[in-house]
Ligand binder design. Structure first.
Ligand code: F6P
Length: 344
């Protein structure tokens, strides 16, 4: 029997609670561990703020969005003596192995702690699906479903008013949500961070569609992190978080104006924002979260540390944290080529 620490860090995403439930269920029933959940990500570890997780207090959370532990974007390495404080909290609480659930920032801290000798097993999460080493992260399919439903709704109002509607989705460095939801929702143009765009090309696609098909409306899906090829500022980024990431959002408004000015078609912008991160996880994310949770507690119990759970094909595997964090997983060019078939 060991004492396991758990935390959820970074932006929340649907599927975190299924991971927590799985770690606790198997950790207690199979291994007889004690499980402690730190509140608000790394902040809770720095402050040694945790609760014991039991079969009772983790029951009924499978379908719930968000995280029962709360989360924060706390960079341990930006805090004075941060690493020492974290190690001291973990020692004081008698934690043997830590299971941080998070994206590149949260797992980056885990990787450094692991290098410093503290046993850690990571679980990858992000709606952006941009973590290397795993085919999918949980939360992504839910975000895609939400964005697709929004695009479906935008279609009917765009058609009624003969408008171009620009729908902005999340995706800081990678256009996975934009590309999947754009294909699923039948977008006429999809703009992603991996492909700096030319506003003239965008307008050409729209005009071509209207001229050749007789359609009087179009849908453009844009990832918040998309940039213009001419280097023009593409999005509002006035503040940065403790990991140095700019707060994105708003590129759709710029596009709305440019498209209307250049094409003469009346245009509107819709920013989906955090709606994509809220609410109940779809079945796929509940299953993936549960599988990751089980694999993480198995690895922690077997003494396999410095790794992250990963989906490879249909199998759950373990990959080295360093490998997973070496670079972001960018959009597959073949997928984008498929999306382009339907442009304009
Ligand atoms: O990293 C996931 C993500 O949802 C990004 O797509 C987005 O840029 C960011 O989080 C938003 O973060 P916050 O919740 O801090 O506004």
């Amino acid at each position: 029997m060991s004492r396991i620490g758990l935390l959820t860090g970074g932006g929340d995403c649907p599927g975190l609670n299924p991971v927590i439930r799985a770690v606790v269920r198997k950790g207690i029933n199979t291994y007889g561990h004690e499980i402690f959940g730190f509140r608000k990500g790394w902040k809770g570890v720095l402050e040694n703020d945790a609760i014991e997780l039991t079969l009772e207090n983790t029951s009924g959370i499978l379908h719930r969005g968000g995280t029962i532990l709360g989360t924060s974007r706390t960079n341990v390495y930006k805090v004075d003596d941060g690493e020492a404080k974290v190690l001291s909290s973990l020692k004081e609480r008698g934690i043997d192995v830590l299971i941080p659930i998070g994206g590149d920032d949260t797992l980056g801290v885990a990787s450094k702690l692991s290098a410093a000798g503290f046993p850690a097993v990571g679980v990858p999460k992000t709606i952006d699906n941009d973590l290397n080493g795993t085919d999918f992260t949980f939360g992504f399919q839910t975000a895609v479903q939400i964005a697709t439903e929004a695009i479906d709704r935008l279609h009917s109002t765009a058609a009624s008013h003969d408008r171009v509607i620009v729908c902005e989705v999340m995706g800081r460095d990678a256009g996975w949500i934009a590309c999947y939801s754009g294909i699923a929702g039948g977008a006429d143009v999809i703009l992603v961070p991996e492909r700096p765009f030319d506003i003239e090309d965008v307008c050409r696609h729209i005009t071509h569609r209207h001229e050749t098909t007789g359609k009087t409306f179009s849908i453009v899906v844009v990832a918040e992190g998309a940039t213009r090829g001419d280097g023009g500022a593409a999005t509002a980024a006035d503040t940065v978080d403790s990991f140095g990431h700019a707060r994105l959002g708003g590129i759709a408004f710029e596009l709305e104006k440019e498209i209307e000015k250049r094409t003469g078609f009346e245009s509107r912008a819709t920013v989906l924002g955090h709606i994509q991160r809220g609410g109940s996880p779809v079945a796929y994310d509940r299953v993936l979260g549960s599988r990751f949770g089980v694999a993480a507690i198995d690895a922690a119990s077997a003494g396999t540390y410095g790794v992250m759970t990963a989906l490879r094909g249909t199998k759950i595997e373990l990959v080295a944290l360093d490998e997973a964090l070496s670079e972001p997983k960018l959009l597959d060019p073949e997928l984008y080529a498929t999306a382009e078939v339907f442009f304009g």
